[in-house]
Design a protein around this ligand. Structure first.
Ligand code: ARG
Length: 456
């Protein structure tokens, strides 16, 4: 135990088991060692421990690190409350009394907050890289599908033709916003709480600028009370993961639809699909379904933590120990989902001609036709009505736009000409788009180039 002086009785075994977070905060092992190394270096620099003490502590900590990595030492959650106590007690086994000097001027309260911020900065930048990797894969796929025409939807009803490249670029945009959220998180976590002690700083001459700089924080935090009780950076992280997972979940949903026989648009690599134990013909998109399914728990993680914190008086309360599981779970869920999604897209097969013929027989160019009328002097509202009548005429006669003759067109309205028939070409529709941000293949190519440079 890290305390003792005032206690006569041993801590209850069951209470220890109930309260130990070691199995979870073991994820902070590297950060915890690093924080102790820097803290002890600072102690020696300001003269609170000797240089010899520091060397001993440093060697001890490095050895623990090695032992842990080589699986020679495994902290036992039946014996220790958390990673800090486990490491400190191992250190005392290795270097004896000197280990007792490491915690000078420090509390586990500022220690854990510092560990957590370091971890958040590290994994946020890891996630930013993974997101960039996935964006690159999407752009690669987009490059080969600039002319792959698919129906664009609103209300899941066919609306206007777009290209598959354009559809994928929409996700690239979403992913870019996701990345910016993690950049924000890193920035928020960039102040060092080390040296804030339990809640009110220290009477010892600790050098907070030194530790902040060594740990590569921008600067030390300004208010010890806030520093100890702040977990906003965790909430920001959980929020960033939630939105990221929500995006992946939407893409997963689309993949699931696209692979159905009804769509027959996408084939997922066999390595990432499963069969049925009963129905021999099945090839199921389980990975996409799991990504969609796992999004839920990341949303729950946010609600869970914000609820834990909401009634806490300043500063540290043991409730705060319950901040880690959700954060680690969200990180691993999101990191794995990104990795699997990326791998699936690397080997995805696109049925490029799937909609080519089908869309000719649809009314997907209705808006284009209304635009044609506008360009030929008809007021938009009137144009809308005329095309509506045309659709009705086709439906009643069981034909599509492409079956229309000039006579039939003229019967509906005399404004139509031969030129109208040429307009009813799905591919030409994309080329006609003029506005910035539209699926015009020329603009899509420019976008792909833009992203390639951006992500280089
Ligand atoms: N392991 C604890 C946590 O994660 C930090 C230790 C502070 N505990 C305490 N009793 N002051 O929150």
């Amino acid at each position: 135990m890290l305390w003792g002086g005032r206690f006569k009785k041993e801590f209850d075994q069951q209470a220890l088991k109930f309260s130990s977070s070691l199995n979870i905060d073991i994820n902070l092992f590297d950060e915890d060692i690093l924080v102790s190394l820097v803290h002890s270096e600072m102690l020696s620099k300001v003269g609170l421990i000797t240089n010899e003490d520091f060397e001993k502590i440093k060697n001890g900590l490095n050895r623990i690190s090695e032992e842990y990595k080589n699986r020679k030492w495994k902290p036992d959650s039946e014996k220790f409350e958390d990673i800090h106590s486990a490491i400190e007690l191992r250190l005392s086994e290795l270097i004896g009394e000197t280990a007792g000097k490491l915690h000078t001027g420090r509390s586990r309260n500022d220690q854990i907050a510092t560990d957590e911020k370091l971890w958040i900065k590290r994994v946020s930048s890891y996630l930013e890289n993974s997101i960039s990797g996935f964006q690159k894969t999407l752009i690669e796929t987009a490059g080969g599908n600039i002319y792959t025409i698919i129906p664009g939807y609103t209300h899941l009803q066919r609306a206007q033709p777009v290209s598959f490249a354009f559809h994928l670029l929409a996700y690239v945009e979403m992913l870019q916003r996701d990345k910016r959220r993690f950049e924000f998180v890193r920035n928020e976590a960039d102040e060092s709480p080390l040296g804030c002690g339990a809640l009110a700083g220290s009477t010892l001459p600790l050098d907070r600028n030194f530790t902040s700089e060594k740990l590569e924080f921008r600067e030390p935090t300004r208010n010890a009370l806030d520093s100890i009780s702040d977990r906003d950076f965790f909430l920001d992280f959980l929020n960033a993961v939630s939105i990221g997972m929500m995006h992946l979940s939407r893409l997963a949903e689309e993949l699931i639809l696209w692979t159905s026989s009804e769509w027959s648009f996408v084939k997922l690599p066999e390595e990432f699909t499963t069969g049925s134990s009963l129905m021999p013909q099945k090839k199921n998109p389980d990975m996409a379904e799991l990504i969609r399914g796992k999004a839920g728990r990341t949303f729950g993680n946010y609600i869970s933590l914000i609820t834990t914190i909401k009634g806490l008086p300043l500063s540290y309360n043991r409730d705060l120990q319950e901040d880690k599981e959700q954060v680690f779970d969200s990180f691993f869920t999101y990191a794995d989902s990104l990795m699997i999604m990326n791998k699936m897209f690397e080997k995805i097969e696109i049925n490029k001609n799937r909609f080519k013929e089908e869309l000719k027989k649809s009314f997907i160019l209705s808006t284009d036709l209304a635009d044609w009328l506008v360009l030929n002097g008809v007021a938009f509202r009137k144009a809308h009505r005329i095309v509506g009548e045309l659709v009705k005429f086709c439906e009643e006669n069981k034909i599509s736009f492409s079956d229309l003759t000039i006579e039939q067109l003229k019967e509906i309205n005399n404004v139509f000409t031969e030129d109208t028939l040429k307009y009813l070409d799905v591919e030409a529709s994309l080329e006609r788009k003029q506005t910035f941000g539209s699926p015009n293949p020329k603009l899509v190519k420019e976008q792909i180039e833009f992203w390639k440079k951006q992500l280089a």
